[in-house]
Design a protein around this ligand. Structure first.
Ligand code: NAP
Length: 246
């Protein structure tokens, strides 16, 4: 479904980002995966790429460091000769109640989850605009729509991702570039593994489809949005949450 396309996926080392890289490689896409440090999955992803007749390039930057991420993304863009798909997926949590949250935890989450989306999209979309084609996919969250006590920083960053995506979609649609957000619900990754088993079971029980999501559930939505199956879809937030948001 992505044959001949080139994608940049951030947060590619683990969880949802890794699942997106896998499904993109399996569908014939050459992928540049950005993470903060060499990942344990690099060799396996390179082998998967080879099996599918494409290449996987792992690149490194702290997306919260503006100078560093700008330099690395510009270099990857030059190496690729442009990206057809950009997936802004890297993200962190620094949970805590608002009244005692340190400013540093607010700033880190906003910088890594939201400011990086602006910086990376600016570099990549300028090139997409010149080519009059491209799909940008930004990872939001169900809590960016509904909010969540104990996550004011994270919810604000993910709500910001939605507003940013809709605004950018309005700016660049006439130039052939699409921008959408995915709002995952409760997905089994390192990010949610920190929760106690009882908490995870209670959350799964509240989900209409009665299970936590898998990274592959999100990757399939990213496959749709990155492919030509979604050429009339822009400015949308696709909830992939087992019905949590209904
Ligand atoms: P994860 O397993 O914790 O993986 C996070 C990824 O982001 C890793 O690849 C990590 O790279 C990368 N990353 C984090 N900080 C970075 C930084 N400063 N610079 C570069 N890379 C950085 O998380 P996940 O659950 O897959 O989540 C992926 C996205 O989905 C996030 O945006 C998250 O907010 C969103 N989301 C997740 C859930 C869920 O239930 N899991 C729900 C809603 C939304 P390293 O390995 O190099 O650190």
């Amino acid at each position: 479904m992505l044959k001949g396309k080139k994608a940049l996926v951030t947060g590619s080392s683990r969880g949802i980002g890794k699942a997106i890289v896998e499904v993109y490689l399996k569908n014939g896409c050459e992928v540049w995966g950005l993470c903060s440090k060499p990942s344990a999955n690099k060799d396996a992803l390179e082998s998967l790429a080879k099996e599918n007749g494409v290449a996987f390039h792992e690149i490194y930057a702290d997306v919260g460091n503006a100078e560093q991420v700008t330099e690395v993304v510009k270099a990857a863009l030059a190496e690729a000769g442009g990206f057809d798909v950009l997936v802004n997926n890297a993200g962190i949590t620094r949970d805590g109640l608002s009244f005692r949250m340190k400013k540093e935890d607010w700033d880190d989450v906003l910088r890594i989850n939201l400011t990086s989306v602006f910086l990376i999209s600016q570099i990549v979309s300028n090139d997409m605009i010149r080519k009059r084609a491209g799909s940008i996919i930004n990872m939001s969250s169900i809590v960016g729509i509904h909010g969540n006590g104990g996550q004011v920083n994270y919810s604000a960053s993910k709500g910001g991702v939605i507003a940013y995506s809709k605004s950018l979609a309005a700016e660049v649609g006439a130039r052939g570039v699409r921008v959408n957000a995915i709002a995952p619900g409760f997905i089994e990754t390192d990010m949610t593994n920190v929760l106690k088993d009882e908490v995870k079971a209670a959350m799964a029980e509240k989900i209409p489809l009665k299970r936590a999501g898998k990274p592959e559930d999100i990757a399939n939505a990213a496959l749709f949005l990155g492919s030509d199956l979604s050429t009339y879809v822009t400015g949308q937030v696709i909830g992939v949450d087992g019905g949590m948001g209904c």
